[in-house]
Design a protein around this ligand. Structure first.
Ligand SMILES: [Zn+2]
Length: 350
């Protein structure tokens, strides 16, 4: 499989190759899987492959035709990408059906109805589909009857976060976390391309600690972030856990990212996701499988004495991640989360 920049999802790519060969590419897909495993990149690569005017065997985009050149530049008239604006907590309806003055005369649902400009296909990708909320209703009719040759791809993190009305109209494709060696491969390639080679030990450590997520691995290349992850795992392996201490250190860590919201949220998210791995490993008795990452295994071990506490911590952490996604106030999330962690730990000790 040679889809440029795509690693670790060969079986899914093969499904699309077979579907295209049999003329059975569906009109609507729902991609789900953990953040940072390459679902969005895969959707864009699929868009390039499906619109390429001279695809090579294996549905590999030729990279040279007019369509490929426009797609690579992000200016292909038949590849439409919509995502949640950073400052918003949901995808605005306007992006799908136009603003109030131009209802159904603008937006993704209107553009998909237009004839393709280049070939036979139109591809629409809706990133951040977890945050469709009321915009979901605008999509139903389009998903129900996509125009001939149109492929609409929704990219979300889990099936549970999509409305049943959306789920039932899309073919589901599940993406798994990437194996650590694939994460390492991509990190190494990117570090060479950026002309800032990363040493082998850092590549190893970051790809092991990334939990199969490329976006997390890229963040972990920042030594400050890796150091705090280590500190977090240390704090989580102590008992009793001091929620107030953890909150104070966590706020300082987030504040060090500056005033802009996206990097602050990214820091909090990586902390919550790392903690989630600890609690999940403890709750499912999968500590042994975490041995590739001894620090994580040690923290998880400390929670295995009380599976209920670990489960409560999983729930509390998932809630906290949901609030981060909805742009809740960061210090409020941190206070609530660290307080929740103290409670199950007390329950364990009693
Ligand atoms: Zn091409």
């Amino acid at each position: 499989m040679a889809w440029e920049g795509i690693e670790g999802h060969d079986a899914i790519a093969e499904r699309f190759v077979a579907a295209e060969a049999n003329g059975r590419v569906a009109g609507a897909y729902l991609f789900v899987g953990p953040p940072g495993v390459g679902k969005g990149a895969f959707a864009l690569a699929l868009g390039r492959s499906l619109t390429c005017q001279a695809p090579q065997p294996g549905l590999v985009a030729c990279g040279r035709c007019g369509s490929c050149v426009q797609a690579q530049a992000g200016s292909h008239p038949d590849i439409d990408v919509v995502r949640k604006p950073d400052e918003r907590s949901t995808i605005p309806i306007d992006l799908l059906i136009g603003d109030t003055a131009h209802r159904m005369r603008e937006g993704l649902c209107w553009r998909i109805l237009l004839r393709p400009s280049v070939g036979e296909r139109k591809v629409a990708v809706i990133m951040d589909a977890d945050h469709l909320d009321e915009a979901a209703n605008c999509l139903l009719k389009t998903l129900e009857e996509p125009p001939l040759g149109a492929v609409i791809i929704l990219v979300g993190t889990s099936i549970e976060r999509q409305l049943p009305t959306i789920r039932s109209r899309c073919q589901l494709i599940r993406f798994a976390p990437l194996p650590a060696e694939k994460v390492r491969l991509v990190l190494e390639r990117e570090s060479h391309a950026a002309d800032s080679p990363v040493d082998a030990a850092t590549l190893d450590a970051c790809s092991r600690a990334a939990g199969g997520s490329l976006s997390r691995a890229r963040l972990l290349l920042d030594p400050e972030i890796t150091a705090f992850r280590g500190r977090l795992l240390e704090l989580l392996s102590r008992h009793p856990l001091h929620g107030v201490d953890l909150a104070r250190e966590l706020i300082a860590f987030v504040d060090a990212a500056g005033k802009e919201a996206p990097p602050r949220r990214a820091r909090l998210r990586i902390v919550l996701e790392s903690a989630l791995e600890v609690f999940r490993a403890a709750a499912t008795g999968a500590v042994g499988r975490a041995t590739g990452d001894p620090e994580l295994a040690r923290a998880a071990q400390a929670w295995t004495a009380n599976v209920d506490a670990a489960l409560a911590a999983v729930d509390g952490t998932l809630d906290a991640l949901g609030y981060v996604d909805r742009n809740a106030h960061i210090s409020v999330v941190i206070d609530a989360w660290t307080a929740i962690l103290e409670e199950p730990r007390l329950a364990r000790l009693s």
